[in-house]
Design a protein around this ligand. Structure first.
Ligand SMILES: Nc1ncnc2c1ncn2[C@@H]1O[C@H](COP(=O)(O)OP(=O)(O)OP(=O)(O)O)[C@@H](O)[C@H]1O
Ligand SMILES: O=C(O)[C@H](O)COP(=O)(O)O
Length: 400
């Protein structure tokens, strides 16, 4: 192991712990998900070992609907560790310092959303982040820093990269497990076919992964919003915003050239949806992409014919990686694509990895279990960067 872990720290210290509790927020309600479950193991261990624990985490980004307080996260975490968790609506000001001072052995306190602190977000070098007032103030309150937020480790934000430069720093259990699994996967060689299912909402992530893995992956099966943008590049009248939606056009402007050249260079490797699903009078309806003359509805899933085409490719693969959902699976009507490919993977004995904070939620939601997959990562962006062999800044600073 290249960094210190919880095996290397003496019990009973005052620790500042960075988790990634970034979650889907529906109508203001934070949705419980696998991230709580995983991080609870780290926190439970710290509680059992009499540490005094203050938790830092982020939620959403300023300006977005999911940029909310961590008050609900503290309650959800309390359920997962089956013990009290206090919350303070302050990141590093006098209220936070007061609550931190009152911590006793086995106590857990969640500090307010780190992204409510101005010094957290701009991506800057770890050396710059280490000198912020945020880091300099909190470091004096603790004996050590623990980073468990592997899924945010691709961000050079103060709470992730500043503290390890000025404090004793350790990797939490999630950091350790995800790092080992994802690094091993990146180094693995496969003799048979390797397939990657790519979807979700983030076109840049999808292009990145396709660009870096085009030699390792034999077949890319596309869906989701990213898949629609590829259909647009292939000449279909889909993949642009209608009504007030803001999902496609800005991503198209940023990425169209890359998508077009990717499609040109790798047409044989890339499978696009042959049909798409939309809402019609409250029900699911499907349409072949060849029959779409003009986009008049929002497509929320790939169609059943697409799943029938993708499933045999998965069955014939030695390894399958998933990043991003093929549709808006949170609504059961539009879960056919995502649940269909996940079931096809679960039914074969291929090596499989499912990544993405949101996407991995579909596993239990549709009656499958984590054991049916090789590795289920709670990371999205960090997972695909790791697969491409890229270093994660939050991990690198822990190694120093
Ligand atoms: N056609 C679609 N319209 C609207 N939403 C879609 C569509 N297809 C997929 N999605 C959404 O994509 C989301 C998952 O993909 P996304 O890439 O955003 O997250 P992720 O894979 O969990 O990764 P990360 O952890 O980086 O957020 C799901 O919440 C799903 O609802
Ligand atoms: O949910 C994630 O993928 C991580 O928490 C990083 O969040 P961000 O993409 O908003 O930086």
């Amino acid at each position: 192991m290249t960094f210190q872990t919880l095996d290397d720290i003496e019990d009973g210290q005052r620790v500042l712990v960075r988790l990634d509790l970034n979650s889907p927020v529906e109508d203001g309600d934070v949705q419980d998900n696998r991230r709580f479950d995983r991080h609870a193991e780290t926190i439970r261990e710290l509680v059992d070992r009499d540490f005094e624990v203050a938790v830092m985490a982020h939620q959403g980004r300023p300006g977005r609907d999911d940029f909310v307080s961590l008050e609900q996260h503290a309650d959800i975490l309390a359920d997962h560790i089956d013990s009290d968790v206090e919350f303070v609506a302050d990141t590093f000001g006098p209220d936070a310092i007061h609550e931190i001072a009152g911590l006793e052995a086995g106590d857990v306190l969640v500090l307010e959303n780190t992204r409510m602190c101005d010094e957290e977000l701009p991506e800057e070098d770890p050396e710059v982040k280490a000198q912020t007032e945020f880091v300099q103030t909190l470091k004096g309150e603790f004996d050590a820093y623990v980073n468990d937020a592997y899924s945010a480790a691709h961000r050079s934000h103060a709470s992730l990269v500043g503290f390890p430069l000025v404090m004793d720093a350790y990797a939490g259990r999630v950091m350790e497990t995800e790092y080992e699994a994802n690094t091993a996967i990146a180094e693995k060689e496969f003799e048979g076919n390797v397939t990657m299912v790519v979807g979700g909402t983030k076109a840049t992530d999808v292009i990145d992964v396709m660009t870096h893995l085009d030699e390792k992956v034999d077949d890319f099966l596309l869906g989701g919003i990213a898949g629609e943008l590829f259909l647009r590049a292939a000449g279909y009248p889909v993949g642009y915003d209608i009504d007030d939606a803001d999902l496609y056009d800005h991503q198209w402007e940023k990425n169209s050239e890359k998508i077009e050249s990717m499609l040109d260079a790798h047409r044989d490797q890339i499978s696009l949806a042959v049909d798409l699903a939309y809402e019609d009078d409250g029900s699911r309806a499907e349409q072949s992409v060849d029959d779409i003359d003009e986009k008049t509805v929002s497509y929320l899933d790939v169609g059943s014919e697409t799943v029938m085409e993708y499933s045999p490719v998965i069955r014939d693969s030695e390894a399958v990686f998933v990043k991003g959902a093929l549709g808006m699976f949170e609504d059961e009507r539009f879960s056919v694509g995502t649940a269909g490919v996940l079931e096809a993977i679960a039914d074969t004995d291929c090596f499989s990895v499912v990544g993405g904070g949101d996407t991995s939620r579909a596993i239990e939601m549709y009656g499958m279990s984590e054991d049916e997959f090789g590795h289920v990562s709670i990371a999205g962006g960090a997972y695909i960067r790791a697969l491409t062999g890229a270093e994660l800044v939050g991990v690198e600073v822990l190694k120093r």
